[in-house]
Design a binder for this molecule. Structure first.
Ligand code: MG
Length: 202
């Protein structure tokens, strides 16, 4: 499986990192070794500025290529929450040199996800909200109504270039409020009032 991540999908987050609001989805990949489930996260030794980015994650249910936006909803049925961990210092250096971001975004365990999946037919996705807390303090609040590109638009766009397969995950972008984590932090999140994950940083 592969992990596709969308960048700059909430206007306020694009602004906080001084990026333009994109005219088409921006995406990058993480390898399957980035997934971390229900385990402690160990702070990597190659960064001094590791940021959390809490995001809605969509699981692809069937194989598709060149999927039309109007049919995209047939390719997924569940969502969850995850963190797109980012070594912001490495990413900044890559950006300055116009180099790829993989080492800043795709390292081992850089994609912790909840083990709880929410069926889309059980919620009103358009009114879904999620909250991310660092040591109990609210840091990020996401509203699906504020996504620049919808899940269907993302699937249509990405599948023009890359075949989507069953089990692939799409991280749909983070709202504003990203910030650094420290060893000892407890990272938790909820979606529509339901507890979704707790990760310790060690
Ligand atoms: Mg992200």
């Amino acid at each position: 499986m592969k992990i596709i991540c969308i960048g700059r999908n909430y206007a306020e987050h694009a602004k906080e990192l001084k990026n333009d609001i994109p005219e088409e989805p921006l995406f990058f990949l993480k390898p399957d070794t980035a997934i971390l489930k229900e385990k402690d996260f160990y702070f990597p030794n190659f960064t001094n500025d590791l940021h959390f980015e809490c995001e809605i994650v969509v699981k692809i249910d069937k194989v598709g290529k060149n999927i039309e936006e109007k049919f995209a909803h047939k390719y997924y049925s569940e969502i969850t929450l995850g963190i797109d961990f980012t070594a912001r210092d490495l990413q900044q250096k890559c950006k300055e040199k116009g180099l790829p971001w993989e080492k800043a975004k795709g390292f081992d365990n850089s994609a912790p996800i909840s083990s709880k999946w929410i069926k889309l037919d059980s919620i009103d996705f358009g009114k879904t909200e999620f909250n991310f807390f660092q040591n109990g303090k609210l840091k990020q609040k996401g509203l699906t109504s504020e996504m620049i590109f919808s899940i269907d638009q993302i699937i249509a766009y990405v599948s023009k270039f890359i075949t989507l397969k069953t089990g692939d995950l799409i991280f749909t972008g983070t709202p504003s409020g990203v910030g650094p984590v420290q060893i000892g932090d407890v990272l938790t999140a909820d979606m529509n009032g339901e507890h979704m994950f707790e990760f310790m940083v060690k």
